[in-house]
Ligand binder design. Structure first.
Ligand SMILES: [Zn+2]
Length: 504
């Protein structure tokens, strides 16, 4: 079963390359592990995902403003945030063939153990205890060493220790370091958020699973600032949030070796498993975005609480939204309570005061932060994986992406049945009408009609319109539904409205 599922991943990677969605960078030069290009279809898909996220978490909300931070910033930001000293992964080398491994991944692969968040020393003990060797040539492994994941570069022409800077390893610090500049101009009172979509860079020892673990990627992130005494006073928390049901895998269930279970959010809030009402609110909002807007099936998602050993140094409580990937349940999104760690650190390391004046209590407070954060490449890949179907047609296996229409790179494709007899001209008229009405539309007259349908199915185009001989006589067109393959004839005059209706 797992093999069959992994085979699906191979087919998706092949589809992504063949249709210009995502492919390894600079393939002519043998590419570069962990770096990817988005092709003509992929870039549209990515822009659609970004637009959907921005609309949902920024535009439609009164309590969130945006930021676009620089990729390189003052290196003291990374000293304050703890990245210079502790943003590391454990690594081991093979003494024989010099192959390099992430120690935790090697242990997971070889021993089928989950070792998330375990210390380098504990990893070393596991390697010794189980006499692990290099999987390639059984060579002896070095001791576990830690390796900083930040990409360093320099500012200015002369290389010296003072000119060393880093490509940002997370987007969050751009928001925290800019908080003093944003707060006075945002004209918001607590609680409110600052959102950002942007690039980040992590020098992963072993990038793998396609874009799932890349070295350069975009994150969509929201830092939501709350009065430290009001984490349980969420005016936006409705009955709907409380009654929201999902699969939860709490820290306690993991520690006791139990399986995930369905709960309502209220049940877990009452038991204080979810620590605060604001955290619960954002858990629900994030899950709703993934299922209702992006269209990922809810049965493939769950909330998993971080166990104590894997909590980041800044976090008191973190929940992941996991997706059921072919290689197991893994994080798609994280929703962390970062406390006031970051703003406090920046107050300490800079000469500035990062607190906020609270009108109600007439006192200064350092806000606490709840942070929903997600890698966009991972989200795009997950949306593709979740919408990937195969169907048999005339003895051939056909691929189909049942993408939510708002994500589809092409919304409508227009074909003439043949190029001749005025069909092409009529089809181009329809194409122009739809394009001028604001649809992302593609005109295609090459190859058999079956091939043209197949191409659009593979990139998730919801609607294909065909102009045939009847169309010329009756002034209508055939609309074909991607998911059912069903066709209906629609009058030209109603075509635009019909497309709007179907894409809604
Ligand atoms: Zn080796």
């Amino acid at each position: 079963m797992v093999e069959k599922k992994l085979n699906v991943v191979e087919q998706i990677i092949s589809l992504c390359a063949r249709r210009g969605v995502i492919f390894p960078t600079a393939e002519a030069y043998g590419s570069l592990a962990g770096f990817f290009d988005y092709g003509p279809i992929g870039v549209e898909l990515k822009r659609n995902v970004e637009a959907a996220w921005w609309k949902h978490f920024v535009t439609l909300r009164e309590d969130v403003v945006g930021l676009d931070g620089s990729l390189i910033t003052n290196p003291r930001v990374w000293k304050a945030s703890g990245h210079v000293d502790s943003f590391t992964d454990p690594l081991v080398d093979c003494k024989k063939c010099k192959a390099r491994y992430r120690a935790d991944q090697l242990i997971e692969d070889e021993l089928k153990l989950s070792v998330d968040g375990i210390s380098p020393k504990a990893l070393e003990e596991l390697i010794k205890k189980h006499k692990l060797v290099c999987p390639k040539d059984k060579g002896e492994l070095t001791e576990v060493r830690v390796f900083n994941l930040m990409f360093a570069t320099q500012v200015g022409v002369i290389e010296n220790p003072d000119s060393k800077v880093y490509l940002r390893p997370e987007t969050a610090q751009s928001i925290f370091a800019a908080f003093k500049s944003v707060h006075p101009v945002a004209r918001k009172k607590l609680p409110y958020g600052i959102a950002q979509i942007g690039k980040m860079f992590r020098n992963e020892i072993a990038p793998r699973n396609f874009v799932f673990r890349a070295r350069e990627f975009d994150a969509a992130e929201l830092e939501y600032f709350i009065h430290p005494d009001k984490l349980n006073v969420c005016s936006l928390f409705s009955k709907e949030h409380g009654n929201f049901k999902a699969f939860f895998y709490t820290a306690e269930m993991q520690e006791k070796g139990k399986k995930q279970e369905e709960f309502t959010v209220s049940e877990l809030l009452e038991k204080k498993v979810i620590g605060t009402q604001w955290h619960a609110y954002w858990l629900v909002e994030c899950m709703k975005f993934l299922t209702e807007i992006i269209g990922i099936r809810k049965e493939n998602l769950r909330f998993r609480q971080h166990v104590k050993t894997e909590l980041s140094h800044y976090s008191s409580e973190t929940w992941d939204i996991d997706y059921n990937y072919p290689w197991g349940w893994k994080e798609l999104q994280g929703i962390a309570n970062r406390g006031n760690y970051d703003l406090t650190q920046h107050s300490k390391f800079s000469s500035a005061d990062f607190s906020v004046f609270d009108e109600e209590t007439k006192s200064k407070v350092v806000p606490v932060v709840i942070e929903p954060s997600m890698g966009l490449g991972r989200l795009i890949f997950t949306a593709i994986l979740d919408s990937f179907y195969q169907k048999e047609e005339k003895g051939e296996v056909r691929n189909l992406l049942r993408l939510s229409p708002i994500l589809s790179p092409v919304k409508v494709a227009v074909f003439p049945l043949m190029k001749k007899d005025g069909l092409a001209e009529k089809a181009r008229e329809v194409f122009e009408l739809l394009r001028d009405s604001g649809f992302a539309v593609e005109y295609d007259e090459s190859g058999s009609i079956g091939k043209r349908y197949a191409r659009q199915d593979e990139i998730g185009t919801p609607i294909c319109i065909t102009i045939d001989y009847d169309s010329l006589e009756k002034s209508d067109a055939t609309i074909r539904d991607r998911d059912t393959g069903e066709q209906q004839r629609v009058k030209m005059a109603k075509l635009v409205d019909k497309c709007r209706e179907l894409l809604h």
